[in-house]
Design a protein around this ligand. Structure first.
Ligand SMILES: Nc1ncnc2c1ncn2[C@@H]1O[C@H](COP(=O)(O)OP(=O)(O)O)[C@@H](O)[C@H]1O
Ligand SMILES: N[C@@H](CCC(=O)OP(=O)(O)O)C(=O)O
Length: 374
């Protein structure tokens, strides 16, 4: 058995399952297969692993329900099929997880939701809260409101963006092939499985060059791109055959199934680099000596109580600079409140936020995960 320590030690994983697999090559939802993955996932959850599922299959399931044998070309018909199919998809996930007394939640996202800073923080807080409650989020694209995503039908990218969002240790992409091969195994009988590479390895581009299956849209190219995106927050990716017996459990025990694509750098370094790339700050929080002391020790959040003064106009999710009372910058981070709200709660204990604002979105002014010392 290979080491694969990263996979064995992972505490938070995103599992993405493609259309071809979920719908048994278009023959309607493959409920027994889905039940099998749920049994395996429930075992991981019981062992303390936090899981998010990114599930494709709404278009394929919608086509089956509407009696369509060919994927429609008109975007609105695709969107209609997705809306019909999503019902069956979440019903099935819900019913299967209920057998294990695990609640499931539906999350529909667009790529835009994840590039807008405010919505990014909102999506992240919701996902984290669900995970804290032991609920399993079932994510798909919000196909009703987008056309680009449904056209490219690329949930691999969504899986990677969700991995970035929740800072997952890894992304597992279950697909209809055993992993990434050195050429398309549908076309070449002598194709060989790649077991492990750095996600950034340029040789992989040539190997993933072949197209997708009939139902899935992205093929291996989008899976490779997803692995590179996931690597930006330090997550590994495994591309692996979803029909392999007990695949999730066996991966978890470190078995070298599928293709493991590794990030160039670890999670903390990746996050710091990502935060540091936000050069433009939108505002300035002057923090008191106690807060400077706490921040400089590292690994701590900035609470409203330590904020003396708020300068600038910024929105929740934007980058602000934290300075000490002499004006020296000590940290930067993504702020949880709009400037007006931040002014109102500055100097107050977190349990008073609700009194001052009438609601609490977060107890921290800047969460430690979104803070970098300078
Ligand atoms: N180098 C490769 N290794 C494995 N599969 C490949 C490769 N190049 C192209 N493919 C194709 O990619 C398909 C999987 O992608 P896709 O159909 O988008 O699946 P999914 O619905 O799981 O996202 C495979 O069935 C295979 O034909
Ligand atoms: N969101 C749509 C399209 C997603 C899609 O095709 O993705 P995939 O099968 O993973 O390549 C669906 O659920 O059918």
């Amino acid at each position: 058995m290979s080491e694969r320590l990263q996979v064995r030690r992972a505490r938070r994983l995103v599992i993405k399952i493609g259309s071809a697999l979920l719908t048994n090559d278009g023959r309607g939802l493959d409920v027994p297969a889905l039940a099998g993955w749920v049994d395996q996932m429930a075992e991981l959850i019981r062992a303390g692993v936090e899981l998010v599922v990114v599930s494709s299959g709404s278009v394929a399931e919608g086509m089956t329900r509407l009696g369509w044998s060919r994927r429609p070309e008109h975007l609105h018909e695709l969107q209609a099929a997705a809306a019909v199919g999503q019902m069956g998809l979440v019903q099935t996930w819900e019913a299967q997880f209920r057998r294990h007394d695990i609640h499931a939640a539906q999350i529909l996202l667009t790529h835009d939701d994840l590039s807008d800073r405010k919505r990014y923080l909102n999506a992240r807080s919701t996902l984290r809260t669900l995970l804290d409650f032991g609920v399993i989020p079932i994510v798909n694209e919000n196909d009703t409101v987008v056309t680009d995503e449904i056209r490219f039908g690329d949930n691999d990218t969504l899986g990677a963006l969700v991995s970035n969002l929740i800072e997952a240790d890894g992304l597992i992409i279950l697909t209809d092939q055993d992993g990434l091969f050195n050429k398309d195994p549908r076309k070449s009988a002598d194709a060989a499985l790649i077991t492990e590479r750095k996600a950034g390895d340029p040789e992989l581009d040539v190997m993933a060059g072949g197209g997708a299956g009939v139902l899935g849209r992205g093929g291996m190219q989008t899976k490779l791109r997803a692995a590179r995106l996931a690597a930006r927050s330090g997550a590994f990716t495994v591309i692996v055959g979803g029909r392999i017996d007990q695949v999730v459990i066996r991966l978890r025990t470190g078995e070298a199934l599928g293709t493991l694509l590794l990030p160039e750098q670890g999670r903390i370094a990746a996050r710091k680099q990502w935060l540091a790339s936000h050069l433009q700050t939108r505002g300035r929080l002057t923090v008191d000596a106690g807060a400077v002391h706490v921040l400089c020790r590292g690994g701590r959040s900035l609470l409203p109580v330590g904020v003396r003064d708020v300068a600038g106009q910024f929105r929740r999710g934007e980058m602000v600079s934290c300075v000490d009372e002499s004006g020296r910058e000590v940290a930067r981070g993504l702020v949880n409140y709009d400037a007006e709200e931040a002014r109102a709660i500055a100097g107050h204990a977190s349990d008073r936020i609700v009194e001052v604002l009438g609601y609490v979105s977060d107890e921290e002014m800047i969460h430690r995960d979104n803070l970098v010392l300078v």
